[in-house]
Write a protein that binds this ligand. Structure first.
Ligand code: HEM
Length: 91
């Protein structure tokens, strides 16, 4: 996420929504949750909620649908292993 002063963290890779939107197939499946970008290509077929719902959100912001489901703490911790960077802050 952006620093307190609104600057960018040099340790973090930033992706624009445009870049994320290209990754919307079974070969490359990225999505955004709470401003963080996740590459869940390898996870889709293991998702307990099915891969279909993930394809519907592929390449976009899945925050609302992720929260609507009321995912468990375990599910939230799983996110960590698929994290690849942050969404580029919009200025
Ligand atoms: C990378 C992101 C996601 C991860 C790691 C994840 C993980 C999980 C896990 C571990 C479960 C089992 C129940 C639980 O522990 O809460 C689950 C269930 C489920 N997830 Fe996800 N999920 C992700 C994204 C999404 C998204 C974006 C949606 C909706 C569009 C979704 C919809 C569901 C549904 C419908 C269930 C089944 C609930 C049930 O039948 O009880 N998930 N997910």
């Amino acid at each position: 996420m952006a620093n307190e002063d609104g600057g960018q963290d040099p340790e973090v890779t930033y992706y624009t929504l445009e870049e994320v939107q290209k990754r919307n197939s079974s070969k490359e499946l990225w999505l955004v949750i709470h401003g963080r970008v996740y590459d869940i290509t390898s996870f889709a077929e293991e998702h307990p909620g099915g891969e279909e719902v993930l394809f519907e959100q592929a390449g976009g912001d899945a925050t609302e649908s992720f929260e609507d489901v009321g995912h468990s703490v375990d599910a939230r911790e799983m996110l960590r292993q698929y994290y690849i960077g942050d969404l580029h802050p919009v200025r």
